[in-house]
Write a protein that binds this ligand. Structure first.
Ligand SMILES: [Zn+2]
Length: 237
């Protein structure tokens, strides 16, 4: 029984090492995800700026074709004005030309505003793109460090898993099944020494006859309250 207990504790210690490697690896992956999130956020700003610029450019183009249309109609009015004979008719066309001119001035004023807006949007897009580059440059060293750390931890975890598996095959099958069942339910120690008269995990007292058997090394008993496998430290000698 003592030999099995030694193997059991060896397996548990290797499982703890494996668990610790997993936890540290997860912390690195979380950190990488945080950096990815930061980049994604500034990239979204770029997309928004691109969309706004596209809208501005389209609005400017629409205005340009409208203004062009007004101008060609205006040219035709002027040609008509040259051709008219009567003063009355000339006056009527003249009024039309004046009215159309006022509209054209208004539209051109609008074009200037929109064109200035497009310049602002272009600057905004450039600034957003520079922020992406800035974030990526700022992250480069950290990412490099994280990638190295990740590779190191993955190797460490693989080694820990290998050591764990080597340990596990040494153990009695029934005992291993019992241990695995317990471990799947909890991430803390599942092979726990007695503390005085109680279970070392939940401190529920263990009946005296069972304590005696555990201390004598003839029983690897489960705690009735929390289920951990109990042993006595002194049996390890
Ligand atoms: Zn217990």
């Amino acid at each position: 029984m003592q030999a099995e207990l030694t193997k059991l504790l060896d397996l548990q210690s290797k499982d703890m090492t494996l668990l610790e490697a997993d936890v540290r690896l997860k912390a690195i992956l979380d950190e990488v995800a945080r950096l990815d999130g930061e980049v994604a956020s500034v990239k979204r700003d770029v997309q928004v700026a691109q969309k706004r610029l596209e809208d501005g450019v389209k609005r400017r183009a629409d205005l340009e074709s409208r203004i062009e249309g007004y101008r060609s109609i205006q040219d035709k009015r002027r040609q008509r004005l040259e051709a008219v004979k009567g003063a009355r008719e000339a006056q009527a066309v003249m009024t039309e030309v004046e009215m159309a001119r006022a509209i054209l001035i208004k539209e051109e004023g609008e074009w200037v505003k929109v064109a200035e807006g497009v310049h602002d949007l272009e600057r905004g897009l450039k600034a957003a793109e520079e922020r992406v580059t800035g974030v990526e440059e700022r992250q480069a060293a950290e990412r490099q460090q994280l990638a190295e750390e990740q590779a190191r931890l993955e190797a460490e975890r693989d080694a820990a898993r290998g050591a764990r598996d080597d340990s596990a095959v040494q153990l009695d099958r029934v005992l291993k099944a019992r241990y695995d069942r317990l471990r799947s339910a909890r991430s803390v120690a599942v092979v726990v020494p007695l503390k005085g008269e109680a279970c070392g995990a939940c401190y529920t007292s263990v009946p005296r006859n069972r304590r005696t058997q555990i201390r004598a090394g003839i029983l690897l008993d489960n705690c009735e309250a929390c289920g951990v496998i109990l042993y006595a430290e002194e049996t390890l000698g």
